[in-house]
Design a binder for this molecule. Structure first.
Ligand SMILES: [Fe+2]
Ligand SMILES: [Fe+2]
Length: 190
């Protein structure tokens, strides 16, 4: 893992580097909760923001280089595009082949109904890592106490949607679709 730590150390600013380490560490805890590979979750989380420090123009250059398709929402919210570009950089520049890790990086900003369990872990971990001061310790504890990964995803979406609605910001349709999908999965289990 030292190679990947160095890669992100040199690609990210200090605060984003430490955010990545914290996200990776809490991913391990989540992986244990859900009975998933701690190593894979750690690696996916460590790499999730690999493209975060690119400028908008660099992101758009890579979008065209790697033929990445963007939704209208993404075109209007370039801050989320580092997810898809990050996946492409890992796949094409670094030769990462493990599909679940690539998907986790691709989906970490908005989520997706297609998220595999490792992607769900990274999605949750990115939101609740210890450096996030927009959530309370109680919320973090509640998420960590939840043993059902889909319920934890819904907890994160609930908070995110609340925040965006209060700010009068649009929700991405892929996020709403994912929310409805995982709500359905939970309801079916009842
Ligand atoms: Fe990110
Ligand atoms: Fe992140």
């Amino acid at each position: 893992m030292i190679f990947w730590k160095l890669v992100i150390f040199f690609r990210l600013d200090r605060s984003r580097y430490f955010h990545s380490l914290r996200t990776a560490n809490i991913s391990k805890v989540l992986a244990k909760n859900y009975g998933l590979s701690q190593k894979k979750c750690y690696k996916a989380a460590l790499l999730h923001d690999i493209a975060k420090n690119y400028s908008d123009s660099k992101l758009l250059e890579l979008v065209s280089k790697y033929n990445i398709s963007l939704s209208d929402f993404e075109l209007n919210t370039l801050a989320v595009v580092h997810s898809k570009v990050g996946r492409a950089v890992l796949e094409y520049k670094f030769g990462v082949k493990y599909f679940d890790i690539l998907q986790a990086v691709e989906f970490h900003s908005l989520g997706s109904k297609n998220m595999n369990d490792i992607a769900k872990v990274v999605f949750i971990a990115d939101y609740i890592e210890e450096g996030r001061d927009f959530i309370t310790d109680d919320f973090r504890k509640d998420v960590l106490a939840e043993k059902d990964v889909n319920r934890a995803v819904i907890m994160v979406y609930d908070k995110t949607f609340d925040y965006l609605r209060k700010k009068g910001l649009k929700l991405a349709s892929v996020s709403v679709e994912a929310y409805d999908f995982f709500k359905g999965v939970i309801d079916e289990k009842k």
